[in-house]
Design a protein around this ligand. Sequence first.
Ligand code: CMP
Length: 134
Amino acid sequence: AVERTLSIIKPDAVAKNVIGEIVSRFEKADLKVVEARMQQLTREEAEGFYAVHKERPFFNDLVEFMISGPVFIQALEGENAIQKNRDLMGATDPKKAEPGTIRADFAESIDANAVHGSDAPETAAVEIAYFFGK
Ligand code: CMP
């Protein structure tokens, strides 16, 4: 089915000047950018976005990292978009990511891991609405 998913190119990848290279991978996989915005997240916005992780030990480091510089936020649309984007990203920890994935190629650590992508249809809907409204 045609789905939408939320993608965030994180501050590390923006600082590396690889927004275009990452978006190009989405496009080559037939994912279409249907919404996009460059944004410096406030602490409140980052905490709200990652609210499900609030009790996790990495929450504060995650929020600090996500507000350390601008991010590039997109909604991607295409056949099986949620899983397709997850396959393109590779494992959360870049050390475990398959060669050729975005995180294997561009990420340094589990915190600075280049991209975020929604993990399921329910979270995709919530995450897209969080940044782009209904
Ligand atoms: P992301 O897909 O943006 O969702 C939550 C983020 O928390 C994750 O990518 C990682 O960058 C970060 N994180 C840091 N430590 C962990 C961990 N142990 N498990 C999962 N995510 C982690």
